[in-house]
Ligand binder design. Sequence first.
Ligand code: UDP
Length: 342
Amino acid sequence: MILVTGGTGFIGSHTSVELLREGFEVLIADNLSNSYADVIDRIEEITGKRPFFERTDLSNSEETDLLFEKYPKIEAIIHFAASKAVGESVEKPLLYYKNNLNSLMNILENMKRHSVKNLVFSSSCTVYGEPDELPVHERSPIKIANSPYGNTKQISEEIIQDVAKVSSEINFISLRYFNPIGAHPSALIGELPLGIPNNLIPYITQTGYGLREALKVFGDDYNTPDGSAIRDYIDVVDLSRAHIISIKRLLNHKNKANFEIFNLGTGTGSSVFEVIRTFEKVCGQKINFKVVGRREGDIEKVWADTRYANEELGWKAEKTLGQSLKTAWDWENYYRKNLEKK
Ligand code: UDP
């Protein structure tokens, strides 16, 4: 049985689908603070299998202990559950440190107590900050975090590193995601931001659908070919596949060290204007936008060196930016027409 924390969230739900498809038994634990329980129904609709589900707050040690006592068959964990809004983390740093760090520590304690030997951790390219060299590889320097959210990812990796040193029987893989986008091709699950989206793609799809008047492009005076900032947008289903490969690597003892780190990106950067143009072309929907000032804390450009993940994991991103944007658009439409009113 694989425990997927945060399994009703964006990446967690897609990864649960892929795990079930591969024949794994899946237990989802989520406190539903930023997702909905009916995601479980749609995971079942896609796969024909229903994951176990527990509404658990993993930052609460008693609740976490109870979860592990109730499910003694957990073999491996994928730990997604975390607060992830950069802006909110600046406003409420303690909420972020408490939630993201306590949940990791509660899980690690229970792994020791119950002899669970494998953990895949959901990390982020934010650990690289504004990189000195591109593309960024796994040994590129870690920069001072520019938000409490980013800092929780750095500290979490340090905690894992320290535990890995003294617990050679436990194996860890940290996956550093670049910018996850897209949705399941069935359009039954996808990204579901609460309120006004912070991220580019949901803002674009909501603007396309007519929910927002115009996208604000944060800056066109960066040192990039068209002046807008560049990111490495990675499809959520491609990303999910990397988690299955990581879980199998751990369960089959194919890992080379008991703490490994991999970048998950496409290796290609796209600017904000390129994303808008690609969306308009692939989805046949114009996007109103206006250029405004830079967003505080934003970096100019970042994309991944994916060679290590390609070679070691045998994993490669397959979807193009256009394909991912199309699935995000299909999900936006399906959600607004079929699910929102429920
Ligand atoms: N962005 C934008 N308008 C928005 C949201 C994002 O221009 O409403 C830009 C942002 O400045 C960055 C890129 O889109 O260059 C990706 O931003 P996002 O918040 O999706 O991810 P981040 O890379 O900040 O984690």
